[in-house]
Design a protein around this ligand. Sequence first.
Ligand code: NAD
Length: 506
Amino acid sequence: MENLPMSEPETTPSDWSAAAAAVRPDPRPWIGGRRVEVDPGRSFRSENPATGATVAELPACGAAEIDAAVRAARAAFEAGAWSRLSPRDRGRKLRAFADQVRAHAREFALLDTLEMGMPIANALGDMQEICGHVEATAEMADKLLDEVIPNDPSAWVLNIREPHGVVGAITPWNFPAYIGISKVLPALAVGNSVVLKPSEIASLSCLRLGELAAAAGIPDGVLNIVPGLGRDAGAALARHMDVDVLTFTGSTATGRRLLEYSGQSNMKRLILECGGKSPQIVFPDVADLDRVAEAIVGGITFNTGQVCVAGSRLLVHRSVADALVSRVVAKARAVEPGDPLQESTTVGPLASCAQFERVRSHVDGARAQGADLLLDGARASPDDGCFWAPTVFGGVTPGMRIAQEEVFGPVLSVLTFESEDEAVAIANGTVYGLTATVWTSDLSRALRLARRISAGAVTIGADPTAGRVDATTGGFEPHRQSGLGVEGGLGGLRSFTRLKSVTFKS
Ligand code: NAD
């Protein structure tokens, strides 16, 4: 990439447009510590969803490139310059990596905005946040303590944790750089080597991570990045016989396929972070309905609703339903998607035309099933950019598809309940169990619900996107078809190690 104004703290919208015009991204894979020339025979186009313009033409890598990356990762792991480095020294290099990411935050933010339409201000915020997570993970790198088990008088047993070896990482498009970094980070922190396959919708920021890792002193081959389509490069990584662990964020449908690939190949361990249909449950004792409405609208419009933890189901007690829903609709109506390169824009387009069509089909389906369209966010045509404004459905019943399926757009479904038991039954009545939010002033009720709701993270009285899991939280484990395995915190680091027992007999 050339001529980007990287260092100035302030910018204006025209600066971003000028910076966008100057973008010359390098689409080549990063393998063994350098960009490599490949000719997989096919390519794919990444497109700006706000304008339809081509951002880049990328090589559609497949089995051969994935195999080269896995070999480089295995060689680096066996060489030991990273895998046997002391955890404290790995932590130091990860802090240097955070410095690199911070220094290039504007470049990363711009690439994500161009490829998937996230408003530039949000993309910049994400980069600041992820640097904090890298630093937090660096701090934790030497805090995973092994155990001595002295309960047999004739033996000393040590339980030690080792890195697995080669970790494959497959990421989605909704927070390209943020999720890319948070996927590879814990795996690296405990000494693994990684092969990352980013989403074909938005690969460019992830592809830049290789150069930054090298600049931070992370040895060649420890981090490899290969662009390509899911069914080719992604499947090749998931089926590879020398990948020990596959960490994935994406749809439940793809997560299910990865479980099959694991069984068909080498039984590699899986960490899956998949879809959600997160409930926001509002009881009549909440103090301030305006604040709740604000948070609910924020929770369904942030990143144009393309958030795994989006609070896409509003479960509201019948006695306050009218008062709350009228506030939600009024606040949602005021949110107008706009040009993501403007720093004042809070909601951009959907990430692609395919996503636009997916949202349209969910909305049409809800209307056909009799849901009441309280706020229509449809925009005329994806030809004018893939924009979709906030949409609210009332009169939704738990069995409707719009109450069950993940839309991944700014579409809110309102359901009502009469009792706590009914609220819990509706909240737990989908195949998902990612996050939930409870709005109540009654602490006992909040604690009861936190236990009764089947979700990996329950937030009491805050915007559900506050439930986004990161390195600084205690970690979480999705329920049901939202995935499996722990991400975040020390538990997230442990996910990338395996336990070995060593016995000294006297
Ligand atoms: P997706 O499942 O279509 O794609 C995700 C990744 O999987 C991409 O890199 C894609 O190329 C790859 N892939 C697709 N088919 C594959 C195959 N057969 N083999 C191997 N890899 C394959 O998901 P998406 O549309 O990119 O992202 C949206 C989904 O991600 C939503 O369902 C959302 O809820 C989920 N998500 C979950 C979390 C979480 O933490 N739980 C976070 C963000 C997004």
